[in-house]
Design a protein around this ligand. Sequence first.
Ligand code: CA
Length: 330
Amino acid sequence: MSASPITATIPLDAPGIHHGFLRLPHSRDDSAWGSVMIPIAVVKGGEGPTALLTGANHGDEYEGPIALQSLLHGLDPSRVTGRLIVVPYMNLPAFRAARRVSPVDGVNLNRAFPGDPRGTVTQKIAHFFDTVLVPQADLVVDLHSGGRTLDFLPMACAHELDDAAHEARCLAAARAFDAPWTLVLREIDAVGMYDSAVEARGKTFVSTELGGGGTATAASVAIARRGVERVLVHAGVIAGTLEAPRTRLLRMPDGDCYHFAPEAGLFEPLVDLGAQVAAGDPLARIWAPDRTGAAPVTVTARRAGLFVARHAPGLIQLGDCLAVLAVPKG
Ligand code: CA
């Protein structure tokens, strides 16, 4: 496969703090020899491990970008014992458009891995991360939230992996983030995810879901900022001491954790995030969007669990993810 067309405007391995860009050539109507300029910062303080930190993999999720800008702005470089590579706006065109997917090519970066150096803008970003940045990292942290259409209890996430030692390493890092909840996540659709690409390289990987609805709150940003600091200390990238995590572990034992909308219409939640529900409990009703007099459709819990994620907008479409349940694990 050919080399990436993306070049960094700063060295990726020089001591000190460097702020620059990943320059991606993008020839288009309004700029014949133009570029997509993705901000990147590298902080190298010693020969310790490398952490690669990203936000805005989906462009409508804000806790990650805020926490990473804040980290870089407030960082005392003498605390850095390894190297930080920080990309707060991983899918910059999507972030600038406040959209989940890129307006340039309609591609979801988190379904575009391993990417293509001869592909679209988003495919080129994926390929650069997969072949240039991820191989240099020991720890990869990708900060997500629910975006405009989902809302989550604040959690760090890890996956079940074939290699038990690798899974334990990822789960330990997710727990060290110490969000209120830590979820071992069962993906609906893992093909093409950044997560899968990073895990395939054996790297320690942590993702998060820190809120949603297309905005951030003071509480969710505080969780992100503290979690990033903690996971960097845990990994030996910055100096510091850690109190033991207090996070509560959740698992998703089966596909019944997911609930999808059986109708389109007006979405009425009947329970809120954080509720513990029993199998058969009503979760939501969907009202006809175009007439009065019709009974609503009630969606009930397919299993017992904690209500960890929900559809965010007031209108819902057939097949939208309506609710996600997870099960506390000791
Ligand atoms: Ca996301």
